[in-house]
Design a protein around this ligand. Structure first.
Ligand code: WT7
Length: 649
């Protein structure tokens, strides 16, 4: 495996001052964790967190896999991200906002503090939001989204951000599952120079259900007209003016939930991943310092949307906890042209740039030479996340964007892990392209069989995290049984259930970890995670559909695209099945769930016991030759018919 791969050594000038400046230093840290796991975490918790009162235990495993960290300690995340920086960073820019149309706003830590305190008072006093209440955010990428997150953290409310690309139906489901009290939204925002609407989706969601909602708080961003429900809808811009500038923060317990974030799994409806207060913020800050190596005058830009975990941890919580300047961008990196992102790097002297392989492939394809037109010399670290990156995209990123002197950190992690887990360290790790390299210090990642047997070099196995870590998921909101089954039901080590990520991975002879992708029924479209079961359930809501199977198909830009096989009920014909089903998916889930291919087939390949042979469907979608034994199928002739249909598609 991969001996032929070129190795890229860290830039020595950069490494000299790096937080972790060599592999020796990496191993020192990792060995310390292996020898004294709790002592390792205790040292960092004491150094990094501004505790309001001390914790009594580092790790409580008595109710495993419901692990508890830093029990009975008290802290507040908005203090960790704002107040404690005010002594020496009050005038430093906390959030550098650039709008879609190019306007720039510098929000200092002092200003951020004022906005967050006022919003916290608004929630607390006008809407009676108290500790433990759930607040749904359906927001564009504007500073008010950050204020809302931090205001929730300040008063101990649990935010649940729903990505703005989800439909009214999906929003309603998430509101109902969390039994949220209030929705914070905006009239809309700007994208590609034009206003778009969000509030309308909230109106539709609440027409369909979401009865727990008492109020909708609307930020005016584009001032487009929206429906207004008297008594329910409230204008943020008007109400915020009279709020008091100081709002004392709640002393939260380490294990109090900080937020919920819904994500797809291989079965059933989306899961409300529940994160903790202390463990989460500790790791958000530590990984910011280790993986991005942020220094005092750095300008950090993560291009994610706050609706995803990457936006939570690396636009808001990690950068602000570390006292960094974080860039928040409302628009898209290809508008007005494929040089927008590079112009922003030049204009703001961005030092770390963090994005998804899909975005890199789009920027490469649309403007291979665009980066050369701009001065990108401020860049030091480039990051990728969300899906495996392919070597050509990696090389373009390294050579053309990074001018062959930036480290590329290919960070593997998940909504459930809270922060980075496996990643190069920019000043230490000799990098192999498109390889996540090593587990970060304190993270014990193993590639094993379900019974815990380690895989040999070159053999793909289950990527498991065999020791609990502070930022790990704590529960699935309202469904502890599903939490245990979904994450601790597939692998054991020394007789104890261990966390299985759902990904496969492989080790090479140098101990480098390469992620091979999901081994469960989850697909990854443009870095967005989707459960095939969830898409199938949505398609089945159509009256004419008898059976459906969804698989992923490799895609040049998106990584994977959605491919759907449909069997219609007897006597039904549907001439425009693709548009029809895609409209349904847009309504039920959102535009991100639209399929590239939808084909009608006479039947699905099933075993005699009725199990759908998805491997065959995946091969057909890829136009691969079928090598599997199909003689055990109920009706082997179906395969030929499906292949013919797929060729026509
Ligand atoms: C899944 C998690 C973590 C934030 C973005 C996605 C895939 C993530 C990598 C990477 C290969 C990756 C995995 C993982 N993934 N990072 N560097 N290389 N695959 O979060 O929606 O929770 O998805 O994304 O399959 O399980 P998510």
């Amino acid at each position: 495996m991969s001996t032929d791969k070129k190795i890229y050594q860290p830039n020595p000038t950069f490494a000299k001052d790096a937080v972790i400046p060599s592999m020796d230093d990496y191993w020192k840290l990792q060995n310390r964790a292996i020898e004294d796991y709790e002592g390792f975490w205790q040292a960092f918790a004491d150094e990094k967190i501004d505790w309001l009162s001390a914790y009594n235990k580092v790790l409580d495993e008595s109710e495993a896999p419901f692990y508890k960290w830093f029990t009975e300690g008290r802290l507040n995340v908005s203090n960790q991200c704002i107040d404690r920086h005010l002594a020496d960073k009050a005038h430093k820019t906390a959030i550098l906002f650039e709008g879609d149309r190019g306007e720039v706003e510098y929000i200092s830590y002092a200003q951020l503090s004022l906005h967050v305190n006022k919003m916290a008072n608004l929630l607390r006093h006008e809407f009676n939001v108290t500790k433990g209440d759930r607040v749904v955010l359906y927001m564009p990428m504007i500073p008010e989204a950050a204020y809302a997150m931090l205001a929730c953290a300040r008063i101990g409310a649990i935010h649940s951000i729903v990505f703005g690309g989800f439909s009214a139906e999906a929003l309603k489901d998430r509101i109902e599952d969390a039994e949220a009290k209030i929705v914070i939204t905006a009239d809309g925002a700007y994208r590609k120079g034009k206003p778009y609407m969000l509030k309308q989706v909230v109106d539709d969601a609440l027409d369909q259900g979401g009865d727990s909602i008492e109020a909708v708080l609307v930020v005016k961003r584009n001032n487009e007209p929206t429906k207004w429900v008297e008594g329910r809808d409230h204008n943020y811009n008007e109400l915020i003016v009279s709020q008091h500038a100081e709002c004392p923060f709640e002393a939260m317990e380490s294990e109090d939930p900080l937020f919920l974030l819904y994500t797809s799994g291989s079965t059933g409806k989306p899961k409300g991943v529940q994160h903790s207060t202390a463990g989460y913020i500790l790791w958000a800050q530590m990984t910011m310092e280790w993986v991005f190596d942020v220094r005092d005058d750095d300008i950090f830009w993560c291009t994610a949307d706050i609706g995803w975990i990457t936006g939570h941890t690396y636009i808001i919580y990690g950068p602000l906890a570390a006292g960094t300047t974080t860039v928040m961008f409302e628009g898209v990196p290809t508008y007005p042209d494929a040089g927008r992102a590079w112009k922003m790097v030049q204009d703001h002297k961005i030092t770390q740039f963090y994005t998804a392989p899909t975005a890199i492939r789009v920027l490469h394809k649309m403007g291979e030479h665009e980066p050369k037109k701009y001065d990108l010399s401020s860049l030091k670290v480039l990051g990728t996340v969300g899906e495996p990156i392919d070597p050509p995209a990696w090389e373009w990123y390294y050579e053309t964007v990074g001018n062959s002197h930036c480290a590329i950190v290919d960070t593997w992690w998940q909504t459930e892990t809270g922060g980075h887990m496996i990643s190069p360290l920019p000043g230490a790790t000799p990098i192999k392209p498109a390889c996540a390299t090593f587990a970060l210090p304190g993270i014990i990642a193993e590639i094993i069989d379900p019974d815990g047997t380690p895989k040999e070099v070159g053999e793909t196995g289950l990527l498991c995290i065999t020791k609990p870590w502070p930022a790990m998921i704590r529960n699935i909101w309202g469904d502890p049984e599903r939490y245990v089954k979904a994450y601790f039901g597939d692998a054991v080590k020394d007789g104890k259930p261990v966390y299985f990520s759902g990904d496969g991975a492989v080790l090479d002879e140098d101990g480098y970890i390469t992620i091979t992708g999901r081994v469960d029924d989850v697909i990854n479209v443009s870095g967005h995670r989707m459960g095939t079961a969830e898409i199938e359930a949505a398609v089945k809501r159509d009256d004419t559909v008898a059976e459906v199977a969804v698989v992923g198909r490799p895609h040049d830009i998106k990584g994977e695209s959605i491919f759907i096989y449909i069997v219609l009920k007897e006597g039904h014909i549907n001439l425009d099945i693709k548009n029809h089903i895609n409209e349904l998916l847009a309504t039920e889930i959102g535009n991100i769930a639209k399929a590239d291919h939808i084909i009608e087939v006479p039947g699905l390949p099933k075993t005699r016991s009725g199990k759908i042979m998805r491997r065959i469907l995946r091969s057909v979608a890829k136009h691969e030759e079928i090598t599997q034994d199909i003689s055990t199928l109920e009706d082997p002739s179906i395969v030929e018919q499906i292949i013919t249909k797929a060729r026509e598609a």
